[in-house]
Ligand binder design. Structure first.
Ligand SMILES: Cc1ncc(COP(=O)(O)O)c(C=O)c1O
Length: 420
Protein backbone atom coordinates (compact mmCIF):
# COMPACT_ATOMS: atom_id res chain seq x y z
CA UNK A 1 0.00 0.00 0.00
CA UNK A 2 1.30 3.48 -0.76
CA UNK A 3 0.19 4.82 2.60
CA UNK A 4 1.61 4.47 6.06
CA UNK A 5 -0.30 5.38 9.16
CA UNK A 6 0.55 8.79 10.51
CA UNK A 7 -0.50 10.53 13.67
CA UNK A 8 -2.85 13.46 13.24
CA UNK A 9 -1.07 16.37 14.81
CA UNK A 10 -1.76 20.04 14.46
CA UNK A 11 0.96 22.51 13.54
CA UNK A 12 3.41 23.29 16.36
CA UNK A 13 1.58 21.00 18.77
CA UNK A 14 -1.83 22.68 18.29
CA UNK A 15 -4.82 20.36 18.62
CA UNK A 16 -6.11 19.12 15.23
CA UNK A 17 -9.34 20.71 14.04
CA UNK A 18 -12.11 18.04 14.23
CA UNK A 19 -13.54 19.36 10.94
CA UNK A 20 -10.62 17.74 9.11
CA UNK A 21 -11.18 14.31 10.73
CA UNK A 22 -13.01 12.71 7.76
CA UNK A 23 -10.43 13.92 5.29
CA UNK A 24 -7.52 12.90 7.47
CA UNK A 25 -9.08 9.44 7.84
CA UNK A 26 -9.37 9.14 4.06
CA UNK A 27 -5.83 10.44 3.60
CA UNK A 28 -4.54 7.69 5.85
CA UNK A 29 -6.71 4.85 4.58
CA UNK A 30 -7.45 5.40 0.89
CA UNK A 31 -4.85 4.68 -1.78
CA UNK A 32 -6.57 7.32 -3.93
CA UNK A 33 -5.69 10.19 -1.59
CA UNK A 34 -2.26 11.74 -1.16
CA UNK A 35 -0.95 9.04 -3.51
CA UNK A 36 2.57 8.87 -4.88
CA UNK A 37 2.62 7.89 -8.55
CA UNK A 38 5.51 5.93 -9.99
CA UNK A 39 4.84 6.28 -13.71
CA UNK A 40 2.60 8.30 -15.99
CA UNK A 41 1.80 7.41 -19.62
CA UNK A 42 -0.78 9.93 -20.76
CA UNK A 43 -3.90 9.09 -18.78
CA UNK A 44 -2.56 5.74 -17.60
CA UNK A 45 -0.79 6.00 -14.27
CA UNK A 46 1.06 3.48 -12.12
CA UNK A 47 1.04 3.46 -8.36
CA UNK A 48 3.32 0.69 -7.13
CA UNK A 49 2.34 -2.30 -9.30
CA UNK A 50 -1.15 -1.05 -9.97
CA UNK A 51 -2.08 0.64 -13.26
CA UNK A 52 -5.06 2.99 -13.27
CA UNK A 53 -6.91 5.10 -15.80
CA UNK A 54 -6.69 8.72 -14.79
CA UNK A 55 -10.07 10.47 -14.55
CA UNK A 56 -8.75 12.96 -11.99
CA UNK A 57 -6.60 14.97 -14.40
CA UNK A 58 -7.71 18.53 -15.17
CA UNK A 59 -5.46 18.67 -18.26
CA UNK A 60 -8.65 18.88 -20.32
CA UNK A 61 -7.04 19.66 -23.70
CA UNK A 62 -4.30 17.05 -23.31
CA UNK A 63 -1.56 19.67 -23.73
CA UNK A 64 0.55 17.89 -21.09
CA UNK A 65 1.52 15.34 -23.78
CA UNK A 66 1.05 17.41 -26.93
CA UNK A 67 4.25 17.17 -29.03
CA UNK A 68 4.02 20.81 -30.21
CA UNK A 69 3.64 22.01 -26.63
CA UNK A 70 6.46 19.84 -25.29
CA UNK A 71 8.80 20.95 -28.11
CA UNK A 72 8.41 24.59 -27.06
CA UNK A 73 10.11 24.07 -23.70
CA UNK A 74 13.74 23.46 -24.57
CA UNK A 75 14.31 26.48 -26.87
CA UNK A 76 12.66 28.76 -24.28
CA UNK A 77 14.76 27.39 -21.43
CA UNK A 78 17.94 27.76 -23.51
CA UNK A 79 17.01 31.38 -24.17
CA UNK A 80 15.70 32.44 -20.75
CA UNK A 81 17.11 29.90 -18.30
CA UNK A 82 14.90 27.61 -16.23
CA UNK A 83 13.39 30.33 -14.11
CA UNK A 84 13.14 34.12 -14.25
CA UNK A 85 13.62 34.70 -10.56
CA UNK A 86 12.84 38.42 -10.59
CA UNK A 87 9.46 39.34 -9.21
CA UNK A 88 7.35 40.73 -12.04
CA UNK A 89 7.73 44.26 -10.72
CA UNK A 90 11.49 43.97 -11.24
CA UNK A 91 11.28 42.59 -14.75
CA UNK A 92 9.59 40.06 -17.02
CA UNK A 93 11.04 38.11 -19.94
CA UNK A 94 9.40 39.25 -23.19
CA UNK A 95 7.44 36.01 -23.27
CA UNK A 96 5.14 37.55 -20.59
CA UNK A 97 3.88 40.47 -22.70
CA UNK A 98 3.66 38.09 -25.68
CA UNK A 99 1.29 35.83 -23.71
CA UNK A 100 -0.68 38.80 -22.35
CA UNK A 101 -1.19 40.23 -25.85
CA UNK A 102 -2.33 36.90 -27.27
CA UNK A 103 -4.56 36.21 -24.31
CA UNK A 104 -6.17 39.67 -24.46
CA UNK A 105 -6.95 39.03 -28.11
CA UNK A 106 -8.35 35.54 -27.39
CA UNK A 107 -10.57 36.70 -24.52
CA UNK A 108 -11.52 39.92 -26.35
CA UNK A 109 -10.88 41.59 -23.00
CA UNK A 110 -9.66 45.15 -22.39
CA UNK A 111 -6.37 43.89 -20.94
CA UNK A 112 -4.87 40.93 -19.07
CA UNK A 113 -2.35 40.42 -16.27
CA UNK A 114 -0.43 37.20 -15.63
CA UNK A 115 0.42 35.96 -12.13
CA UNK A 116 1.61 32.50 -11.05
CA UNK A 117 -1.64 30.96 -9.75
CA UNK A 118 -5.34 31.68 -9.28
CA UNK A 119 -4.88 30.97 -5.56
CA UNK A 120 -2.39 33.84 -5.29
CA UNK A 121 -4.65 36.08 -7.37
CA UNK A 122 -7.65 35.52 -5.08
CA UNK A 123 -5.61 36.00 -1.91
CA UNK A 124 -4.21 39.31 -3.08
CA UNK A 125 -6.71 40.84 -5.50
CA UNK A 126 -10.05 40.17 -3.73
CA UNK A 127 -9.01 42.27 -0.68
CA UNK A 128 -7.84 45.08 -2.98
CA UNK A 129 -11.11 45.11 -4.92
CA UNK A 130 -13.18 44.78 -1.73
CA UNK A 131 -11.39 47.80 -0.25
CA UNK A 132 -13.12 47.42 3.12
CA UNK A 133 -16.62 47.38 1.57
CA UNK A 134 -19.08 44.48 1.14
CA UNK A 135 -18.13 41.14 -0.40
CA UNK A 136 -20.80 38.69 -1.58
CA UNK A 137 -19.47 35.17 -2.07
CA UNK A 138 -21.46 32.46 -3.83
CA UNK A 139 -22.19 29.50 -1.55
CA UNK A 140 -20.43 26.89 -3.72
CA UNK A 141 -17.46 29.05 -4.74
CA UNK A 142 -14.04 27.42 -4.69
CA UNK A 143 -12.16 27.29 -1.40
CA UNK A 144 -9.45 29.60 -2.79
CA UNK A 145 -12.11 32.23 -3.58
CA UNK A 146 -13.45 31.90 -0.04
CA UNK A 147 -9.94 32.32 1.33
CA UNK A 148 -9.53 35.55 -0.67
CA UNK A 149 -12.87 36.77 0.73
CA UNK A 150 -11.77 35.86 4.26
CA UNK A 151 -8.58 37.86 3.68
CA UNK A 152 -10.75 40.81 2.58
CA UNK A 153 -12.77 40.47 5.81
CA UNK A 154 -9.50 40.53 7.75
CA UNK A 155 -8.87 43.90 6.08
CA UNK A 156 -12.21 45.36 7.12
CA UNK A 157 -14.70 44.10 4.51
CA UNK A 158 -18.09 42.62 5.47
CA UNK A 159 -18.74 39.14 4.09
CA UNK A 160 -22.12 37.87 2.83
CA UNK A 161 -23.08 34.54 1.23
CA UNK A 162 -25.57 34.10 -1.59
CA UNK A 163 -26.91 31.25 -3.75
CA UNK A 164 -25.73 31.56 -7.36
CA UNK A 165 -28.88 29.94 -8.70
CA UNK A 166 -30.98 32.76 -7.21
CA UNK A 167 -29.91 36.13 -8.70
CA UNK A 168 -33.01 37.69 -7.06
CA UNK A 169 -31.54 36.90 -3.65
CA UNK A 170 -28.27 38.63 -4.61
CA UNK A 171 -30.22 41.60 -5.93
CA UNK A 172 -32.11 41.92 -2.62
CA UNK A 173 -28.90 41.58 -0.58
CA UNK A 174 -27.09 44.20 -2.63
CA UNK A 175 -29.91 46.67 -1.99
CA UNK A 176 -29.53 46.34 1.79
CA UNK A 177 -25.92 47.55 1.96
CA UNK A 178 -24.89 51.21 1.88
CA UNK A 179 -24.20 52.29 -1.68
CA UNK A 180 -21.12 54.39 -0.87
CA UNK A 181 -18.77 51.48 -0.03
CA UNK A 182 -17.34 49.18 -2.75
CA UNK A 183 -19.29 46.00 -3.47
CA UNK A 184 -17.73 42.86 -4.87
CA UNK A 185 -19.57 39.71 -5.94
CA UNK A 186 -17.37 36.58 -6.17
CA UNK A 187 -18.20 33.22 -7.72
CA UNK A 188 -16.92 30.33 -9.83
CA UNK A 189 -17.42 30.39 -13.59
CA UNK A 190 -17.65 26.71 -14.52
CA UNK A 191 -18.14 25.27 -11.05
CA UNK A 192 -15.30 23.02 -10.00
CA UNK A 193 -17.62 20.34 -8.56
CA UNK A 194 -20.91 20.46 -10.48
CA UNK A 195 -19.29 21.42 -13.80
CA UNK A 196 -22.16 23.86 -14.40
CA UNK A 197 -22.08 27.34 -15.88
CA UNK A 198 -23.58 30.23 -13.89
CA UNK A 199 -26.03 32.66 -15.45
CA UNK A 200 -23.39 35.34 -16.07
CA UNK A 201 -25.75 37.60 -18.03
CA UNK A 202 -28.29 37.77 -15.21
CA UNK A 203 -25.68 38.10 -12.46
CA UNK A 204 -23.84 40.82 -14.39
CA UNK A 205 -27.12 42.73 -14.83
CA UNK A 206 -27.82 42.49 -11.08
CA UNK A 207 -24.31 43.70 -10.26
CA UNK A 208 -24.43 46.59 -12.71
CA UNK A 209 -27.77 47.79 -11.30
CA UNK A 210 -26.13 48.09 -7.87
CA UNK A 211 -22.73 49.35 -8.97
CA UNK A 212 -21.06 46.10 -7.84
CA UNK A 213 -18.09 44.44 -9.51
CA UNK A 214 -18.57 40.82 -10.59
CA UNK A 215 -15.44 38.74 -9.93
CA UNK A 216 -15.51 35.35 -11.69
CA UNK A 217 -13.06 32.46 -11.26
CA UNK A 218 -13.31 30.45 -14.49
CA UNK A 219 -10.27 28.30 -13.91
CA UNK A 220 -12.19 25.20 -15.08
CA UNK A 221 -14.03 26.87 -17.95
CA UNK A 222 -11.07 28.60 -19.62
CA UNK A 223 -9.92 26.44 -22.52
CA UNK A 224 -13.13 24.40 -22.47
CA UNK A 225 -16.03 26.79 -23.06
CA UNK A 226 -16.03 29.81 -25.34
CA UNK A 227 -17.99 32.12 -27.61
CA UNK A 228 -21.14 30.75 -29.22
CA UNK A 229 -21.09 30.74 -33.00
CA UNK A 230 -23.26 29.28 -35.75
CA UNK A 231 -20.25 27.26 -36.97
CA UNK A 232 -19.23 25.94 -33.52
CA UNK A 233 -18.30 22.24 -33.48
CA UNK A 234 -20.02 21.54 -30.14
CA UNK A 235 -22.14 23.30 -27.49
CA UNK A 236 -19.04 24.25 -25.50
CA UNK A 237 -18.72 27.06 -28.07
CA UNK A 238 -15.60 28.10 -29.95
CA UNK A 239 -12.02 29.12 -29.08
CA UNK A 240 -12.22 28.16 -25.38
CA UNK A 241 -12.20 31.85 -24.48
CA UNK A 242 -14.04 31.39 -21.19
CA UNK A 243 -17.32 32.14 -19.54
CA UNK A 244 -17.74 35.86 -20.24
CA UNK A 245 -17.46 35.34 -23.98
CA UNK A 246 -19.53 32.13 -23.70
CA UNK A 247 -22.32 34.23 -22.20
CA UNK A 248 -21.90 36.86 -24.91
CA UNK A 249 -21.18 39.42 -22.18
CA UNK A 250 -18.90 42.45 -22.21
CA UNK A 251 -16.20 42.89 -19.56
CA UNK A 252 -17.86 46.05 -18.21
CA UNK A 253 -17.79 45.79 -14.38
CA UNK A 254 -16.49 42.21 -14.63
CA UNK A 255 -13.08 40.96 -13.52
CA UNK A 256 -12.38 37.49 -14.89
CA UNK A 257 -9.79 35.17 -13.37
CA UNK A 258 -8.64 32.06 -15.19
CA UNK A 259 -5.89 29.53 -14.85
CA UNK A 260 -3.60 27.77 -17.27
CA UNK A 261 -3.05 25.02 -14.69
CA UNK A 262 -6.07 23.02 -15.91
CA UNK A 263 -6.82 23.02 -19.66
CA UNK A 264 -3.38 24.38 -20.61
CA UNK A 265 -1.28 22.17 -18.30
CA UNK A 266 0.91 25.11 -17.25
CA UNK A 267 1.58 26.82 -13.94
CA UNK A 268 0.23 30.27 -14.72
CA UNK A 269 -2.97 32.25 -14.16
CA UNK A 270 -4.48 35.52 -15.36
CA UNK A 271 -6.88 38.35 -14.73
CA UNK A 272 -8.89 39.95 -17.55
CA UNK A 273 -9.34 43.51 -16.38
CA UNK A 274 -9.30 47.20 -17.29
CA UNK A 275 -5.81 48.63 -17.89
CA UNK A 276 -6.28 51.07 -14.97
CA UNK A 277 -6.81 48.14 -12.58
CA UNK A 278 -3.81 46.34 -14.09
CA UNK A 279 -1.67 49.40 -13.32
CA UNK A 280 -2.96 49.48 -9.75
CA UNK A 281 -2.27 45.76 -9.21
CA UNK A 282 1.29 46.22 -10.47
CA UNK A 283 2.01 48.21 -7.33
CA UNK A 284 -0.60 46.82 -4.91
CA UNK A 285 -0.84 43.04 -5.48
CA UNK A 286 1.80 41.18 -3.47
CA UNK A 287 2.39 38.39 -6.05
CA UNK A 288 3.36 41.00 -8.69
CA UNK A 289 5.70 42.69 -6.24
CA UNK A 290 7.20 39.75 -4.41
CA UNK A 291 6.35 36.25 -5.71
CA UNK A 292 8.72 34.13 -7.72
CA UNK A 293 7.20 33.98 -11.23
CA UNK A 294 6.11 30.92 -13.18
CA UNK A 295 8.96 28.74 -14.48
CA UNK A 296 10.09 29.35 -18.06
CA UNK A 297 8.77 25.91 -19.06
CA UNK A 298 5.27 26.97 -18.04
CA UNK A 299 5.51 30.26 -19.91
CA UNK A 300 6.67 28.37 -23.00
CA UNK A 301 3.92 25.74 -22.77
CA UNK A 302 1.32 28.47 -22.28
CA UNK A 303 2.42 30.30 -25.43
CA UNK A 304 2.61 27.08 -27.42
CA UNK A 305 -0.76 26.02 -25.98
CA UNK A 306 -2.34 29.26 -27.22
CA UNK A 307 -1.01 28.48 -30.70
CA UNK A 308 -2.26 24.89 -30.62
CA UNK A 309 -5.60 26.14 -29.31
CA UNK A 310 -5.91 28.43 -32.35
CA UNK A 311 -5.16 25.58 -34.74
CA UNK A 312 -6.75 22.51 -33.14
CA UNK A 313 -8.59 23.60 -30.00
CA UNK A 314 -12.12 23.42 -31.36
CA UNK A 315 -11.63 19.87 -32.71
CA UNK A 316 -10.20 18.79 -29.33
CA UNK A 317 -13.16 20.32 -27.50
CA UNK A 318 -15.64 18.57 -29.80
CA UNK A 319 -13.90 15.28 -28.96
CA UNK A 320 -14.10 15.97 -25.19
CA UNK A 321 -17.77 16.85 -25.58
CA UNK A 322 -18.50 13.57 -27.37
CA UNK A 323 -16.67 11.46 -24.78
CA UNK A 324 -18.36 13.31 -21.92
CA UNK A 325 -21.76 12.71 -23.52
CA UNK A 326 -21.02 8.97 -23.54
CA UNK A 327 -20.25 9.05 -19.81
CA UNK A 328 -23.28 11.20 -18.98
CA UNK A 329 -25.61 8.98 -21.05
CA UNK A 330 -24.31 5.98 -19.14
CA UNK A 331 -24.71 7.70 -15.75
CA UNK A 332 -28.27 8.68 -16.65
CA UNK A 333 -28.97 5.18 -17.97
CA UNK A 334 -27.99 3.77 -14.58
CA UNK A 335 -30.52 6.15 -13.02
CA UNK A 336 -27.78 8.00 -11.12
CA UNK A 337 -27.93 11.60 -10.07
CA UNK A 338 -25.28 14.09 -11.11
CA UNK A 339 -25.52 17.88 -10.83
CA UNK A 340 -23.95 18.11 -14.31
CA UNK A 341 -26.59 19.94 -16.39
CA UNK A 342 -24.36 21.63 -18.98
CA UNK A 343 -22.50 18.62 -20.39
CA UNK A 344 -19.05 19.80 -19.30
CA UNK A 345 -16.35 17.20 -18.57
CA UNK A 346 -16.79 17.29 -14.76
CA UNK A 347 -19.16 14.58 -13.56
CA UNK A 348 -19.90 14.50 -9.84
CA UNK A 349 -21.44 11.32 -8.39
CA UNK A 350 -22.78 11.46 -4.83
CA UNK A 351 -23.31 8.75 -2.24
CA UNK A 352 -26.47 8.19 -0.19
CA UNK A 353 -24.26 7.36 2.77
CA UNK A 354 -21.04 9.40 3.15
CA UNK A 355 -19.61 6.58 5.27
CA UNK A 356 -19.37 4.46 2.08
CA UNK A 357 -16.68 6.69 0.59
CA UNK A 358 -13.75 4.54 1.75
CA UNK A 359 -15.23 1.37 0.27
CA UNK A 360 -16.35 3.10 -2.94
CA UNK A 361 -12.80 4.43 -3.41
CA UNK A 362 -11.35 0.95 -2.89
CA UNK A 363 -13.78 -0.56 -5.39
CA UNK A 364 -12.88 2.04 -8.04
CA UNK A 365 -9.20 1.51 -7.29
CA UNK A 366 -9.71 -2.24 -7.76
CA UNK A 367 -11.37 -1.55 -11.13
CA UNK A 368 -8.34 0.52 -12.15
CA UNK A 369 -10.22 3.83 -12.10
CA UNK A 370 -8.60 6.91 -10.57
CA UNK A 371 -10.96 9.77 -9.62
CA UNK A 372 -11.07 12.79 -7.33
CA UNK A 373 -12.65 11.84 -4.02
CA UNK A 374 -14.97 14.47 -2.58
CA UNK A 375 -14.87 14.00 1.19
CA UNK A 376 -16.24 16.27 3.89
CA UNK A 377 -15.28 19.12 4.44
CA UNK A 378 -14.10 19.55 0.83
CA UNK A 379 -17.83 19.28 0.07
CA UNK A 380 -20.90 19.42 2.37
CA UNK A 381 -21.84 16.03 3.88
CA UNK A 382 -24.77 15.64 1.47
CA UNK A 383 -22.40 16.04 -1.51
CA UNK A 384 -19.83 13.42 -0.43
CA UNK A 385 -18.87 11.21 -3.37
CA UNK A 386 -16.40 11.47 -6.23
CA UNK A 387 -15.70 13.55 -9.31
CA UNK A 388 -14.82 12.20 -12.75
CA UNK A 389 -13.01 14.45 -15.22
CA UNK A 390 -12.83 13.58 -18.89
CA UNK A 391 -9.87 14.88 -20.87
CA UNK A 392 -8.79 14.70 -24.51
CA UNK A 393 -6.27 11.98 -23.67
CA UNK A 394 -8.84 9.55 -22.30
CA UNK A 395 -9.36 6.98 -25.07
CA UNK A 396 -12.62 5.33 -26.13
CA UNK A 397 -11.41 2.20 -24.31
CA UNK A 398 -10.79 4.24 -21.15
CA UNK A 399 -14.35 5.56 -21.32
CA UNK A 400 -15.75 2.05 -21.85
CA UNK A 401 -13.79 0.75 -18.84
CA UNK A 402 -15.08 3.65 -16.73
CA UNK A 403 -18.68 2.93 -17.73
CA UNK A 404 -18.31 -0.76 -16.84
CA UNK A 405 -16.83 0.18 -13.45
CA UNK A 406 -19.72 2.56 -12.77
CA UNK A 407 -22.22 -0.19 -13.59
CA UNK A 408 -20.53 -2.53 -11.08
CA UNK A 409 -20.28 0.23 -8.48
CA UNK A 410 -23.96 1.11 -8.77
CA UNK A 411 -24.83 -2.54 -7.97
CA UNK A 412 -22.50 -2.63 -4.94
CA UNK A 413 -23.27 0.73 -3.32
CA UNK A 414 -26.10 3.16 -2.76
CA UNK A 415 -25.03 5.85 -5.22
CA UNK A 416 -27.42 8.82 -5.24
CA UNK A 417 -30.22 8.12 -7.69
CA UNK A 418 -32.03 10.64 -9.81
CA UNK A 419 -35.54 11.56 -8.65
CA UNK A 420 -37.80 11.73 -11.69
C1 LIG B 1 -12.20 26.97 -9.25
C2 LIG B 1 -10.75 26.90 -8.93
N1 LIG B 1 -10.09 28.03 -8.68
C3 LIG B 1 -8.76 28.02 -8.38
C4 LIG B 1 -8.05 26.85 -8.31
C5 LIG B 1 -6.59 26.89 -8.00
O1 LIG B 1 -5.93 27.27 -9.17
P1 LIG B 1 -4.35 27.51 -9.18
O2 LIG B 1 -3.72 26.18 -9.35
O3 LIG B 1 -4.12 28.40 -10.37
O4 LIG B 1 -4.02 28.18 -7.89
C6 LIG B 1 -8.71 25.64 -8.56
C7 LIG B 1 -7.97 24.36 -8.47
O5 LIG B 1 -8.44 23.39 -7.96
C8 LIG B 1 -10.09 25.67 -8.87
O6 LIG B 1 -10.74 24.53 -9.12
Amino acid sequence: MPHTTVETVGAAGARPDPRWGDLEHLRRTSPMTDAVLDEVRGRHIRCGNHWLIDFASCNYLGFDYDPDVIAAIEPAVRRWGTHPSWSRLLGSPRIYPEIEERLTELLEAPDTLLLPTATLIHASVIPILADGGDVFVEATAHRTVYDGCAAARGQGATLHRFQGGDPGQLDAMLRTVPSRAPRLVCLDGVNSMSGNIPDVRELAAVCRRSGATLYIDDTHGFGVIGERRPDELCPYGARGNSVVRHAGESYDDIVLVGGFSKAYSSLLAFLALPTSLKSLLKVAAAPYLYSGPSPTASLATTLAGLEVNDRRGDAIRADIHRKTATVLDHVHGLGLDTPNADGLPIVEIMLDDPADLDAVALSLWGSGIYVTLAAYPLVPRDRVGFRIQITALNSEDDIATLCEALTRLSKQFALRRRED
